[in-house]
Every structure is written in C-alpha cells, then in structure tokens.
Design a protein around this ligand. Sequence first.
Ligand SMILES: [Zn+2]
Length: 308
Amino acid sequence: MKLIDFSKQFPDEQSCRDYFREQRQKEGITCKNCKGTSHYWMKTIEQFQCKTCRTRTTLRSGTVMESSNLSFSDWFTAMHLMTATKKGISAKEMQRQLGFKRYEPIWFMMQKIRVAMGARDERYELSGFTEMDEGYFTTVESATVGEKNKKVKRGRGSEKQTPVLVMAQTEYVENPKNHKQHSRCKFFKMKVMPNLESKTINMLVKDSLNPATEVKTDSFSSYKRLNEVINQHVSKVIPPKQAGIELPWVHIAISNAKKNLLNNFHHVDDTYLQNYLDEFTYRLNRRYFGGKLFGRLLIACVSFCWII
Ligand SMILES: [Zn+2]
C-alpha cells in the first residue's frame, strides 16, 4: 500500500480502531468465559459483549495488540512500514518515524508483529517439489550479553554460527526464456535449528512439508533418513561450486536473507533470529501481493492469539 493511500484510509486513531473492529468481527470473536461466538458491539465503551454470558472483550484482547499501550495508529503505521518497504525497516528507524523517545516499546511491537507473521506461515505446509539445504547465520549469543568475566566485546555476546534449515517449494518450467532457471520458486520456509541431527531435521520436515512432497538435498548424512517422513527424497553429491545450480532457490533465499539481516540489524541476537527470518519469509512468500499486503498482515495480527 502506498503512503498516500494509507494516509487517506487511516487519517487518525478512530479510523484505525473502526477498521480493526471490522476485521475482528469478520474473523470472529470467541468469548474467553464460555467460548461463545456471538457478540454485541458496545459503541460507547468500544467493547464486545458476549450474547450468552455477557463477558466483555476489549478491542485488543486476544490479538497481537493485547496489553500494548501503543495506539492503534502506531501499530497500523508500523504494519504499513513493515509491508510497504521491500527490505524491511529497523526498530531504530521505526522509532524515528513514529516520533518516540523510547526504543523498547517499538522494538517489542515489531517483534510481536514478526511472531504473528511466523504464526501465519506456520499454517501452510510446502508440497510438490521442494529444495532443502542448511545455511549458517552469524548471531550473537544472548546468554553472554552482560556477563562481565568473559572476554566479549562490551554490550555484545560472542558471535556464533546458527544453523537454519531452508526449504523452497518450486515448480518446473518447461521452456525457460532467456537462459532463466528451469524452475520457478513458489513458497519458502526458514527454521532455526537447535542442531542438524537427522532426528531433529525429520521432526521439522514432518511439521513443514506435505508427506507427498518430493525433496531434493545434497548428500549431507543428516538427510539420509528423510524418506521416513516424506514420499520421495532425491539426494545428490553436490560439489560446493555447483550448489547454486543444483539447489538455486534455497541458495538465493539464504544469501538474500543474510544481506537483509545485515543491512537492517547489524547484530542479530540468536534468541530473535527466528523472528527476523519469519518477517523475511513472510514478505518473500507474499512478494506478488502488492497493496494487499498491509490488509493481510492486519488479519494475521487480528487472528493471532498469544494463548496457543
Ligand atoms: Zn460468553
């Protein structure tokens, strides 16, 4: 959505609140007390009331905005900037754009939006033909931040390489034009891994891919038991120089994600790496949505529930 359209549609706090209420009503409100789904809207106090047990639900309750003190307008502007910019935006820049003195509330808001993005993508599994490979992302170990007796740079923990499993669903292209790839990418998943043991990989694959998927990987030993969880596994000995040709889309995604993280965040705390990857993947999977992306993200935030 362009800035001019965003400003026209959401000129003030009330327009944001009204739109948010409409979206909540479309998605459906569930009563915390009796799980009833029929509610009245009480205009004067801007709350929903359950038709069965009269329990009230605030506009923010049960959404990503629950317990936030920031205005709807701030949340909307943040969602707009996170979707209108191709490469994302840092919390520092967001703080500047929103005119806030304090950095922390803005940082937390953006992390919550990223969690909602990740939860939305969790709903979908990849299928068809899928490339898979692991990448290593440079992160800072959060546990060591602030520990005085360790030889770490001030304010930062020691750097480490965090393994990430990357999956790209692709489609075969019969006659590619102008020497382009023989495959077209569709959807991606990027998951931070506690380790790269075959048991851990298989557990993630079971959750992320349709069992009928055909997966292509290199000959890394931890991929050897993939056929226990998916229909077909093609394992190929791939020399490092050929990796970009044999598994093109995962490699493009890994390289772009690294550039994106480096540009926006400089140092990524390992605790939050998944959130940053979720934001990157969310935008990547919806790269053709154009102006619709803001509305979709809002729905993801409305229907996201912290109590899962
Ligand atoms: Zn109720």
